[in-house]
Each structure stands twice: as structure tokens, then as C-alpha cells.
Design a protein around this ligand. Structure first.
Ligand SMILES: [Zn+2]
Length: 379
């Protein structure tokens, strides 16, 4: 729910800016906007119209792995909130923000529109009934498939209908797929033209790299049963490429899918805590899964790598947990697996949720001595 508001809010705010910019440009009799400018502006509007044409439930409850800089207003779209004092955001977010900052406004607008469009494709059109290819070159397909298979057998929730789907920027090059996507909410007469425009912009703006710019798909998400397309976990190629680049390749697919599946565990139990434990819980369940003998039974070195990956996606906005909090949540989950008497026993998911909710307040203290002092001073 917060994600929908945030997304539409940012889209509409940018749309207003675009409208204003056009309105002021006309009386000034400035040089006419280039064809590419016009194409991007039109595509942006088409994507806004598409989202506005969806039922309210379509994208509600979708949990994203990170607060991506795409789509965004300025450097962060949560700018109204001050960052937590003394907190440094994780390396993956730092990297994503740096990539986003290199884009021109035109490139950024094209990327925002196409990223939102590809997200809707993977959420509402794609299906695991056709073979899914994970990673730009398919290099992660077998790991992704093995992970979802194992997760389905690990947690005691209804699992057969949780799809794992690949989120690929290159799907934007298919007019047929984009027509299906625009067909979800755009006026029927406009669908064909909008789909053609999407694939045109994809190659008109070189920074998009024909769909291979990692920012287009630098995320993963979990969607609940009543959202568009039903229960699913989507895994972005851009996220996998970036996690690889940052040095976490050994554990990337398993950790991220383990975390996103953790949201399905919460969905199954109607557990929607209104705080960072909504993200730290899945970190903990994911840690339990990878360290558990019936999960992947990973050794302490790989367990460490998972916690540093958790840390790399921590933010400083009371959103998904700080790097330290996320690391602590993942490590706590791993410890539940390695310290239990019978290594083969799997704690029921409802029990795991309760245990984490009890632990969570201890993982919440401010991340630094400085902010701890400030918090104490405010009491
Ligand atoms: Zn999450």
C-alpha cells in the first residue's frame, strides 16, 4: 500500500512538472522539442494513464526489496523524511543512486517510465508457465529454480501457486508483451500505439542499453494473492548483475529469493507490521532458510556473506531497516538454524514470525553511539 501511494505520487508529481514545462515553453517560442523529447513525454503520460486505469488493488501490498532511486523525484523520492543521524546507507543503494545521478533528465524520465512498465509486465502479464530465464544471459536460471523449489518444501505455507518470475528489461523490446501490459489499464484504442512507442524509446535513448541498463530492473519484489497477477516473487536481472558486481554473487539468488519468499510467509499469516520488521522479518526467515540443514545448509562463510548482502540494501529512512539492523536480522535467523538441538527440525512459520517479533525490538536501537546519545537525551 505505501508503495502504490509513493509510486503514483512521484509519477504524478513528475507529470505535473512535465506539463508545466511544456506550458511555459510554448509562449516563449523556444526551439521545438526534439522528437525524442516528445516520444519520452508521450510514453511517460501513457504509463501514468495505464497505472491510473488499474484497479486500486492491482499494485497494493507489493513489497520491494529496496527503495530504488527509480522512479524518483530528485535524488530520493522520500526526501520529506530526514535520514537517520549517523547512518550510512548500504553499498547497493549507494551504487544505485550513483548510477541514477549520471542520467540526464530525459534519460531519467525514459527510464522511470520503462522501469514502471516492465514492473507491471512482470507483475500482471508474465507467468512461470513459460520457461523463465534469470540473469541477462540466463546464467542464474538453475539457481533460481532450485531455490524456489526448496523454499516451497521448506515453509509450511500454501506454496504451489507462488510463482517465481524473471523481471527483464529486454522484455520492453517486445511490442506484443508491451501491448499485453498496456492492455491492463490503458484505453483499448491507445494500446497498440503505446506499445510501439515503448519499444521505440527503448532504442531511441542509448542510455537504456536496449533494456540492459541495470537500473531498469534493479529490484525484486513479492506480491500478495489479491494483487494483479496473484502471488509471485519477481527477480530483476539488474539486481542480480549489481549484486554480482558488488561481490555477493555466491549467495545472490538464494538470499534474495529467500527474502522475497519470506514476504509470502508473512502474507500467508496476515502479518503486516507497520515498521521495519516488515522487511527485517523476511531477512531473518531467509537467514534461517539458507543456514538450515533442510534449506541450503550453508557454512559460516556463506552465512557471513548473506548478512553483508542484507546490510548492502539497508537504508537510512526508517523504511527497510538500516544496514546494521538488516545484518542483525539475517544473522539472528541464521543463528536460529545453527543453534537448534535437532538440525533437521523446521520451526513452523507462525512460530518463527512470533519469535522474530519478540526479537525485533532488540534489533531496533539506533545504529550509532551518536544517535543513541540523542535518543537518550530526548527521553
Ligand atoms: Zn522485502
Amino acid at each position: 500500500m505505501p508503495d502504490r501511494t509513493r509510486f503514483l505520487g512521484s509519477v504524478l508529481a513528475v507529470a505535473t512538472t512535465v506539463t508545466l514545462a511544456l506550458a511555459t515553453a510554448v509562449p516563449a517560442a523556444a526551439a521545438a522539442p526534439s522528437t525524442v523529447d516528445q516520444d519520452v513525454a508521450q510514453l511517460y503520460q501513457d504509463v501514468i494513464d495505464l497505472y491510473n486505469g488499474l484497479p486500486a488493488s492491482a499494485v497494493s501490498g507489493v513489497d520491494r526489496l529496496i527503495d530504488s532511486p527509480i522512479p524518483r523525484i530528485g535524488p530520493r523520492f522520500k526526501a520529506a523524511q530526514d535520514p537517520i543521524p549517523g547512518c550510512t546507507e548500504g553499498s547497493l543503494l549507494t551504487y544505485a543512486n550513483k548510477l541514477a545521478a549520471q542520467l540526464t533528465p530525459l534519460e531519467g524520465k525514459a527510464l522511470d517510465a520503462l522501469s514502471a512498465l516492465s514492473q507491471l509486465y512482470v507483475q500482471g502479464v508474465a507467468s512461470d508457465k513459460s520457461p523463465q530465464v534469470f540473469g541477462t544471459d540466463g546464467q542464474y536460471t538453475s539457481r533460481a529454480t532450485a531455490t524456489i523449489d526448496r523454499l516451497r518444501g521448506f515453509w509450511d505455507i500454501e506454496s504451489w501457486n507462488i510463482q517465481l518470475v524473471a523481471w527483464k528489461g529486454t522484455d520492453l523490446g517486445s511490442q506484443a508483451k508491451m501491448a499485453q501490459t498496456f492492455g491492463l489499464g490503458l484505453a483499448p484504442a491507445k494500446v497498440k500505439g503505446a506499445a510501439a512507442l515503448a519499444t521505440q524509446v527503448l532504442y531511441e535513448v542509448p542510455a537504456l542499453q536496449g533494456g540492459r541498463n541495470p537500473l531498469l530492473t534493479l529490484n525484486a519484489f513479492s506480491a500478495p494473492a489479491d494483487s494483479l497477477g496473484g502471488k509471485r516473487v519477481a527477480l530483476g536481472d539488474g539486481l542480480l548483475d549489481t549484486v554480482n558486481l558488488l561481490g555477493f554473487d555466491d549467495v545472490s539468488v538464494e538470499s534474495v529469493v529467500g527474502h522475497e519468499y519470506g514476504h509470502q510467509v508473512d502474507f500467508a499469516h496476515n502479518n503486516y507490521p507497520p515498521n521495519e520488521s516488515s522487511e527485517m522479518g523476511p531477512d531473518a526467515y531467509g537467514g534461517y532458510f539458507v543456514a538450515h540443514a533442510k534449506g541450503f545448509g550453508w557454512n559460516s562463510r556463506l552465512q557471513q556473506e548473506v548478512t553483508y548482502l542484507d546490510s548492502s540494501i539497508g537504508d537510512c529512512f526508517h523504511s527497510h531497516g538500516t544496514p546494521e539492523q538488516r545484518k542483525a536480522a539475517g544473522a539472528w535467523g541464521e543463528k536460529q538454524a545453527t543453534s537448534q538441538g535437532n538440525p533437521n527440525r523446521i520451526v513452523p512459520s507462525a512460530t518463527m514470525i512470533d519469535k522474530f517479533q519478540q526479537e525485533y525490538p532488540k534489533l531496533m536501537p539506533p545504529a550509532t553511539g551518536q544517535s543513541a546519545t540523542m535518543a537518550a537525551a530526548q527521553r
